[in-house]
Design a protein around this ligand. Structure first.
Ligand SMILES: CC(C)(COP(=O)(O)OP(=O)(O)OC[C@H]1O[C@@H](n2cnc3c(N)ncnc32)[C@H](O)[C@@H]1OP(=O)(O)O)[C@@H](O)C(=O)NCCC(=O)NCCS
Length: 166
């Protein structure tokens, strides 16, 4: 369960809410589209979202017939270290600040769960995501050579978290 209040006031009436099991088929369909080379199997998603150390949210934008799924993000927080497990926004909703909003929220949630730092892995051939992370206080601390299928390197990035007042 997410501990931090979700942010309001996203661009164009979009909203963030906690992911539920009913969201999984649609989220997984997006995963296959957005991460064609290294999509998680649905079983892995199911195990992820049910684990108490995890926190997942979905991004929805208003559309015909109600809100439509436009992205998702997830966190693992164990002890003093958290990890951004995944973050994604559909291509036609990029550049509106949603990626940043989700990343900021994950950091807040990590702090609320007691983490002091947050890590993530990003493909070396994904400059857009790297820029998002750099602009939001992440620094590269390591390279895992050939980590992704096809031999693409993973950059490990880290941001320090501000402790939350009790
Ligand atoms: C990486 C990703 C999550 C970024 O999401 P996003 O919603 O486009 O991110 P943001 O809008 O917050 O920021 C992206 C850009 O939009 C700009 N922006 C932010 N708010 C904006 C707004 N309200 N209006 C217009 N532009 C805005 C930012 O300045 C930023 O510009 P820059 O990247 O050219 O410097 C998204 O591109 C994505 O899902 N990619 C595919 C999956 C992926 O690679 N995930 C990461 C795996 S590690």
């Amino acid at each position: 369960m997410l501990l931090s209040p979700l942010p309001q006031g996203l661009a164009e009436g979009a909203r963030l809410r906690e992911l539920t099991l009913e969201d999984l088929p649609a989220v997984h369909a997006l995963e296959l589209k957005l991460f064609p080379q290294d999509a998680w199997p649905i079983d892995m998603f199911l195990a992820e979202v049910q684990h108490p150390s995890r926190g997942y949210l979905v991004l929805e934008v208003p559309g015909e017939g109600g809100y439509q799924l436009a992205g998702y993000a997830g966190l693992m927080s164990l002890g003093d270290t958290a990890d951004v497990q995944t973050i994604a926004v559909v291509p036609d909703q990029e550049g509106k600040g949603y990626g940043r909003a989700m990343l900021t929220y994950l950091a807040q949630e990590a702090s609320a769960r007691g983490a002091e730092q947050i890590l993530l892995e990003v493909r070396a051939d994904n400059p857009r995501a790297q820029r998002l992370y750099t602009r939001n206080g992440y620094q590269q601390i390591h390279t895992r050579r050939g980590y992704y299928p096809g031999g693409v390197d993973a950059l490990i990035m880290r941001a320090q978290l501000t402790p939350q007042n009790p």
